[in-house]
Ligand binder design. Structure first.
Ligand code: F6R
Ligand code: MG
Ligand code: MG
Length: 368
């Protein structure tokens, strides 16, 4: 029987600026989802916070884009946003950009990663939740996990992975997508996804063999808030779900991709490049210069749709080096202050005073 895993998230308000979702709000979300479980809308759930983002991880049998499940998430976010307003939390309701729910939560502000698949004899699931960055931040690690043999040993030595994977890549500017095959089209895939603010990996599929080719093995949220709102309203703090083992990358190969704190855009005011730091749940709060951007990871086994876990996957001294490296890079980048490439280029900035500054200098510019 197929199971659907839905990870739906929104910033509904936080404490001390954009730092943390308080316990009261997580509790409220939990109560609603316990109720949904009791009435058998969902099979199981877990609540997380990635910094200031409230994360609802749910399992059910309703498939992707289910009106019932999206409606449930919307209700929970609305309720939490109301409470956040009452508590005068910062940015209360900030990601709920539209008022009316009309069947699908897509395009209303929250981010969504969900996939439906046949649950295997043993089904390990790794969930990633990032704060203070954008969907393209997943391009590099997801590519490494499913296409780089220097990261994933199984691509070379496991016969069932040797033929590679198919990447579904979205052009979020032109609203179109393309399916590309690895390793056959590696260089072309990289030509696209290296431009991470425009081309983002949406899903990864197996090429058949042990696993049905039409069932995804990884999915990433790709919502862009500014495209919904028409103006800067914050970064899009993405999430991802990755299935592991038995013909797929091993859990350790999946996590290995985060041992390198690569540069992502986001951080302060959504307008700076900085390293992404893999942290345990307890450090999922962005403080220094509203950052540096962070990623937490929760590991599960699925049991007939029930979630066994979470295991706090980055709560391991083996990731201390990545964290130390991230701190060194953060320090190095910060010393650039308002200079590029720490500050994003003008075209990539989510907001800027440049047009106003130029305007105020109109009369003083002399032609050269
Ligand atoms: C980044 C982020 C924060 C805010 C910054 C200013 O994604 O959320 O860095 O951009 O704290 O916030 P406002 O404009 O709300 O004062
Ligand atoms: Mg916020
Ligand atoms: Mg956030």
């Amino acid at each position: 029987m197929k199971v659907t895993v839905s990870l739906i998230k929104a910033d509904v308000g936080s404490v001390a600026g954009h730092a943390l979702v308080p316990e009261e709000i997580k509790k409220l979300a939990e109560e609603s989802l316990i109720n949904a479980m009791e009435t058998e809308k969902i099979i199981d759930f877990r609540i997380f916070n990635a910094g200031d983002d409230l994360e609802l991880l749910m399992t059910h049998r309703k498939g992707v884009d289910s009106q019932e499940i999206h409606g449930l998430a919307w209700e929970v976010f609305k309720k939490c946003a109301d409470k956040a307003k009452e508590m005068k939390l910062y940015g209360a309701g900030q990601d709920l950009l539209k008022d009316a729910f009309s069947g699908n939560i897509r395009g209303l502000g929250p981010g969504i990663a969900e996939m439906e698949f046949t649950e295997r004899k043993a089904e390990p699931l790794i969930v990633f939740m990032m704060d203070k960055t954008e969907p393209g931040a997943f391009n590099l690690p997801i590519f490494k996990i499913f296409a780089d043999p220097f990261n994933t040993a199984g691509l070379v030595i496991d016969p069932s992975m040797h033929s590679g994977f198919v990447f579904e890549i979205w052009d979020i500017l032109e609203h179109r997508r393309v399916f590309m095959r690895a390793p056959e089209e590696l260089y072309s895939i990289l030509a696209l996804i290296g431009a991470k603010s425009r081309f983002v990996i949406k899903r990864v599929y197996p090429k058949g063999g042990k696993l049905p080719a039409e069932e995804p093995v990884a999915v990433i949220s790709t919502e862009k808030l500014y495209q919904v709102a028409g103006e800067y309203v914050g970064k899009d703090d993405p999430v991802a779900i990755v299935r592991a083992q038995s013909g797929l990358p091993a859990v350790g190969e999946i996590l290995e991709a985060f041992a390198f704190p690569h540069l992502v855009s986001g951080w302060m005011r959504g307008s700076h490049n900085g390293p992404i730091m893999p942290v345990p749940f307890r450090y999922s709060k962005c403080t220094r210069f509203d950052g540096p951007p962070r990623c937490i990871s929760a590991g599960f086994q699925l049991c007939n749709g029930k979630l066994i876990g979470p295991v706090d996957m980055f709560d391991d001294p083996a990731f201390d080096y990545a964290r130390q490296k991230a701190n060194e890079i953060a320090e190095y980048m910060r010393r650039h202050g308002p200079f590029e490439p720490h500050r994003l280029s003008a075209e990539e900035m989510e907001y800027t005073t440049l047009p106003k500054v130029l305007d105020s200098l109109k009369g003083r510019f002399e032609q050269l």
